[in-house]
Design a protein around this ligand. Structure first.
Ligand SMILES: *[C@@H]1O[C@H](CO)[C@@H](O)[C@H](O)[C@H]1NC(C)=O
Ligand SMILES: *[C@@H]1O[C@H](CO)[C@@H](O)[C@H](O)[C@H]1NC(C)=O
Ligand SMILES: *[C@@H]1O[C@H](CO)[C@@H](O)[C@H](O)[C@H]1NC(C)=O
Ligand SMILES: *[C@@H]1O[C@H](CO)[C@@H](O)[C@H](O)[C@H]1NC(C)=O
Ligand SMILES: *[C@@H]1O[C@H](CO)[C@@H](O)[C@H](O)[C@H]1NC(C)=O
Ligand SMILES: *[C@@H]1O[C@H](CO)[C@@H](O)[C@H](O)[C@H]1NC(C)=O
Length: 474
């Protein structure tokens, strides 16, 4: 009888990839910063007058239309100016490949001398804002489109225009700060959100024939959708070596022998195969992000900001939006199919608040319309959970509450550096506690391999940029 493969020969690695994408460089490219403008405004205007608002729905930016061409004029009634029109003019003043555009906005019929209207202009690639006191034609310059994708988007769908409560400048400023991070609905977002130095994770596992596979949530298929996929190692590695233009940095984190001994491969494979081909889980990723906003802005600005971001995003990416938050919010509320405004009304009727709703932890067994939701890191940890690594406390662990950093902080990995494979960190003079196999900079995983899992781990952790201090046992 052929010996069954020994547990030790079956290496379950955990990957960490980092793309050297700096979120800040995005902000710097935007034409101006709101801080340049806010001091010009009276304090009463530049801080939200939240108490005077009638309903939480008033706080949301309202979509008035999208300006896509000169022929296609948008008309709407504002809060201050009653007659407004907008159209888009494409130009090539920058002499760049895709050129830029001028948004023309004509505002008139103000209902008072002192009122103003505040607008957010958004494409999936940027969000900007402006405010108008004077009846006349205003213009807003988009010097240069970010690339073909934005150019095509604006030509076909236009720049979305949202009217904001004039008192919401504070929210707007915060929206400005967070939006660039939302553009990249993947690892880069997760990186900023969680304080993890890693942007993406995948898992490496051998089958009973000894063939090596990579399981990954967030793999882009031919239709450009992010899905969960199980790929042969060679194919995956070839992509990372030759086709991934994000300059990835990749580390392998081998499991500790005691943990490998605990690992139920049958259960792990069953789980991985049941998830193969399912869509990537945006639902739960967004909730780790929300935790961040929560800790980062003074209440009630935080949840208003979340609601504003959701509204803008709903408009730009309606397919993603329902997927992204509405379903997850409905789950928390125990309702079905409510849109964001209805959710806010429902919360108010129950005497609760949006903040409170957001803090309800995600449950791993919530089933979304597109299946169970797993972000890249939840996919791996759920596999670990199925494989028994969280036993005996598995039933009190919700892996969807874990960020990438929380995952690599678990004390699941090899801690004896002389036990790491020989090819590990080949040619580096500094000994890392894990194997970095790609990238020109040395990777850092603060807190790596240091934390014993405990019941309800990570369900109550604030994550405050820039330091991300983590209270004990949160
Ligand atoms: C706008 O309309 C004019 C005349 O109706 C037409 O010639 C032109 O191609 C249109 N432009 C766009 C961008 O649709
Ligand atoms: C609104 O403004 C547009 C453009 O300035 C103008 O053509 C139109 O007549 C105005 N409508 C009203 C009702 O004032
Ligand atoms: C803009 O001008 C540059 C340089 O003249 C040219 O290469 C580019 O194709 C133009 N882009 C558009 C969208 O017309
Ligand atoms: C491993 O998982 C399989 C499938 O879930 C289960 O049938 C089996 O009893 C487990 N083995 C051990 C040793 O727990
Ligand atoms: C680490 O591994 C080496 C080589 O296998 C072994 O000699 C050593 O005792 C181990 N250290 C610990 C602390 O287990
Ligand atoms: C590794 O962790 C084990 C406990 O899991 C501990 O007994 C051992 O001393 C650690 N080895 C090193 C080299 O730190």
């Amino acid at each position: 009888m052929a010996p069954s493969p020994s547990l030790l020969s079956i290496l379950f690695f955990f990957f960490v990839l980092v793309s050297f994408f700096s979120p800040l460089s995005h902000a710097a490219k935007l034409p101006f910063h709101p801080e340049d403008l806010l001091p010009l405004l009276p304090r009463q205007v530049s801080w939200p007058i939240l108490n005077s608002l009638h309903s939480p729905v008033d706080l949301l930016p309202s979509f008035v239309g999208a300006a896509s061409s000169q022929n296609d004029t948008v008309e709407w009634k504002g809060a201050c100016f009653y007659n407004n029109t907008a159209w888009m003019e494409f130009h090539n003043k920058s002499g760049s490949e895709f050129g830029g555009g001028t948004l023309h906005i004509e505002v008139s019929n103000a209902h008072s001398w002192t009122c103003m209207d505040l607008y957010v202009f958004a494409t999936p690639y940027r969000v900007t804002w402006d405010y108008y006191f004077l009846s006349r034609e205003h213009t807003f310059e988009f010097k240069e489109w970010e690339g073909r994708a934005e150019f095509e988007y604006v030509k076909n769908k236009g720049v979305s225009i949202f009217l904001m409560q004039a008192g919401m400048l504070g929210t707007l400023q915060a929206l400005w700060d967070v939006f660039p991070y939302l553009q990249i609905l993947d690892g880069s977002l997760e990186k900023w959100v969680s304080g993890a130095y890693a942007g993406h994770t995948a898992v490496c596992l051998k089958d009973s024939e000894g063939k090596l596979w990579v399981g990954e949530s967030g793999h882009e298929n031919e239709e450009g959708e992010d899905i969960i996929a199980v790929l042969p190692w060679d194919e995956w590695w070839d992509f990372e070596l030759n086709k991934d233009d994000s300059n990835p940095h990749i580390a392998l984190l081998p499991l500790h022998p005691d943990i490998r001994a605990k690992f139920n491969e049958t259960a792990a494979w069953e789980y991985v195969q049941s998830m193969d081909g399912k869509p990537y889980g945006y639902h739960n990723m967004i909730f780790s992000w929300i935790d961040t906003i929560d800790g980062n802005y003074p209440p009630p600005l935080d949840s208003h900001l979340v609601a504003s971001v959701m509204t803008v995003w709903n408009q730009l990416k309606p397919d993603y939006a329902a997927n992204l938050w509405n379903e997850a919010l409905n789950k928390r509320l125990g309702t079905e199919d409510l849109g964001l405004p209805d959710i806010l009304v429902e919360i108010e009727e129950r005497g609760s608040s949006f903040d409170e709703l957001l803090t309800i932890p995600e449950q791993d067994d919530w089933l979304y319309t597109d299946g169970k939701s797993t972000s890249c890191v939840a996919f791996i940890l759920e596999m670990y959970k199925e494989a028994g690594l969280f036993d005996p406390i598995a039933s009190s662990i919700q892996v969807t509450e874990f960020t990438i950093k929380d995952a690599y902080m678990l004390n699941f990995f090899e801690n004896n550096s002389s036990q790491l494979p020989k090819w590990c960190n080949d040619g580096d003079t500094v000994e890392l506690p894990f194997c970095q196999i790609r990238g020109m900079y040395r990777m850092e995983l603060p807190g790596y391999n240091s934390m014993e899992p405990y019941s309800h781990m990570n369900e109550r952790c604030p994550s405050l940029p820039p330091k991300y201090l983590r209270p004990q046992k949160c």
